[in-house]
Every structure is written in structure tokens, then in C-alpha cells.
Ligand binder design. Sequence first.
Ligand code: NDP
Ligand code: GDR
Length: 342
Amino acid sequence: MDKVALITGIRGQDGAYLAEFLLKKGYKVYGADRRSADSTNWRLKELGIDKEVEIVYMDLLELTNVIKTIEQVKPDEVYNLAAQSFVGVSFQQPILTSDVNALGVLRLLEAIRLFSPHVKFYQASTSELFGKVCEIPQTEKTPFYPRSPYGVAKLFGHWITVNYREAYNMFACSGILFNHESPLRGLEFVTRKITYGVARIRYGLQDKIFLGNLDAKRDWGYAKEYVEGMWLMLQQDSPGDYILATGETHSVKEFVECAFAVAGYNIYWEGEGLNTKGIDKKTGKIMIEISPKFYRPSEVDILIGNPKKAKEKLGWMPKTKFEDLVRIMVEADLNRVQRELK
Ligand code: NDP
Ligand code: GDR
């Protein structure tokens, strides 16, 4: 019999790639969608799997809905990817963010504990747990110090997963994933905002991109590879927590330079702080300006993860290098914008 997986957050970046991955492995995949007015499922469509994933309506805010879904789907594995995942918005919606990202995890764990305790459970934890880092690179043993309501809520999600594993002997894993990007990344995140912006500039649809803190450094990997790591965690003999990361860090500035270079521009910088400008060497045009509205009240300055445990125990290795990731994203957006223009 095929294994059955339930993926929450099916309409998100990781949900789409994980569904694709599990379908290829022969799983029956249920995708939990919280239902919204726009149910185009563009990511599943882009991967050509929208007809293969069975959509069930489930909102992590609604306990009875969560219980009924677990009873109906009878999954072997549950991947909890649903979240209010945008750190910036978590400062404006801290209570909603906590309800979904913290209590939402607990609702799911309770439903599993009470009605289907043999389910294997994956929780989407994050490098945002490290926040104000005290150790470089970060490992599974590095102390947490979240810097946003998003990070604080995810901290609860992480620890409640650990607690249910220890208290009830549940097969519950927490994947501490560093930033992972792709052409399916949401447009509000800085990488996709830049690559889509570059493509629109290239085709004359916009003049410049407004950004916030250019000095923030992130460990950016390719999302398609990270979903395999999630699956591997649930295939082990015993549950555990793992970091998935590349072990490299780059600034937003470097991402900008690299993305523009793929489209044939050469960016140099003038000014400092809010007056920083990214200028195209050939034309002298300003391509990047700073807007204070994209700054966060408290920032995570640098993240760089050590994926040694995942390498040794899961055999998981990131393959795509930073420059290749940026190229994949810019080229996909150049193609998209070209198609939009037709
Ligand atoms: P996305 O924002 O692309 O997807 C999140 C999904 O969660 C969306 O489909 C959203 O639904 C859904 N969702 C939001 N609120 C609810 C709710 N109340 N009930 C049910 N579903 C809900 O995120 P990613 O795919 O990038 O990330 C997947 C998970 O991994 C998230 O939990 C994120 O916090 C975490 N993570 C992501 C990392 C990354 O770099 N991408 C790194 C580390 C952790 P809708 O489509 O309707 O908005
Ligand atoms: P992050 O991703 O907060 O790391 O969370 P994001 O791409 O939003 O920000 C990365 C860094 O870039 C800086 N930045 C900007 N960010 C956005 N969104 N827009 C801008 O204009 C901009 N200018 C500069 C930010 O300040 C930040 O330092 C992502 C999400 O996927 C989380 O769900 C996940 O847990 C973490 O990655 C790991």
C-alpha cells in the first residue's frame, strides 16, 4: 500500500516542492489548504501536479477542523509547513502569527496524539530561532534568541514538538531550516523581490527596486533540495532535530549584485545607510534605493548554519551554490516576465 502524507501549507513554496517529491516516491499526497478567495494553486500548476494532489480544507486555527482532517486522511506522515511565514508582517500581526505558528503546531500535535499517535510528524522550524546569534556557524546545540514575533512563535513550535516526542514517545522531528529560495518563492521575500524586480527592469516595466537592510546576511539554499531533507528526517529509525543549511553566508547587497549581473548589469554602490544607492555602471541609472519601511524593528544580522549532523546522519547535502541559485531565480523570472508581456 502506498504511504499517505498530509502536507499543511500546500499552497506555499515548500508545500509544492515537497508534494512533487513525495508523489515521485509513490505517496498519496493530501494538501491542506486553509481556503482563500484566490485558489489558483499556481505553484502546484507550475510543477504540473495540481491534479495529483488531493486538496483538503484545513485551517490551523480551527481545532475541530484539524482533528477531522487527521481522522479523514489517516496519514502515515504529516509535514507541518503552514505558517504566517513572513517575518516582517509578524511585527504587525504578532497575535495571529503566534496563533498559527505556535498554537497551530500544538493543535496538530494534540490531534495526532489523541487520534493517530503513530503518525510521523515534521515541524518546519527555522534559523530565525537563533536570531541574535552567539555562535558562528550555528549548530543544533547553539542557544536560541529569536528577534521577531515570528521567531518567538516558531520557538514554541520547536519546543512543543520536542516535548511531545519526549512526553508521548511520538515520532516528531523539528527541521531547523535556513533560508531556502527558488522560482516558487513568494514575492514579498527579499530574494524573489530582487529577481522579479531585475526581470521587470530588464523588460522596461519598472525603474528601480526599493529595499531595506542591505547588510543582513543569510545562508541561502535551494528549496527543492531542502524538502528531501524533511522527508529523510522521517525515514530514520528514531526522531530528531536537524539543521539544513549550506554553510555559506551572503549579504542582501551581494544578492543584488549577483542578480543584476545575471541580467547583464554591473551594479556599484554609493552613499551609506538610508542614502545607499545601487547604480548601473554603464548607464548611471539608479537601480536600488532604500525605503525605511522595509526595515524591521529588530533585525537578525547574520545567519550561517552548520549542516554536519544532517550530512552524517541523513546523508543530506546541499548541492546548489549561491551564484547558481541566483541564476536559476533570475532566469525563471526573465522567462515569466517575457511570457506576461505576450
Ligand atoms: P509560504 O509562506 O510559501 O507558505 C506557507 C503556507 O502556510 C501558505 O500556503 C499559507 O496559506 C499557509 N498558512 C498560513 N496560515 C495558515 C493557517 N492558519 N492554516 C493553514 N495554512 C496556513 O512558506 P514556505 O513554503 O517558504 O515555508 C514553509 C514553512 O517553512 C513555513 O512554516 C515557514 O515558516 C518555514 N520555513 C521556511 C523557510 C524558507 O526559507 N522558506 C526557512 C525555515 C522555515 P496561503 O497560501 O493561503 O497564504
Ligand atoms: P527572512 O527572509 O526574514 O530571513 O525569513 P526575507 O527574505 O524576508 O528577509 C531576509 C533579509 O533581507 C532583509 N531585507 C528585506 N527583506 C524583505 N522581505 N524585503 C525587503 O525589501 C528587504 N530589504 C532587506 C530583511 O531585513 C532580512 O534581514 C525567511 C522566511 O522564509 C521565514 O519564514 C524563514 O523562517 C526564514 O527565512 C529562515
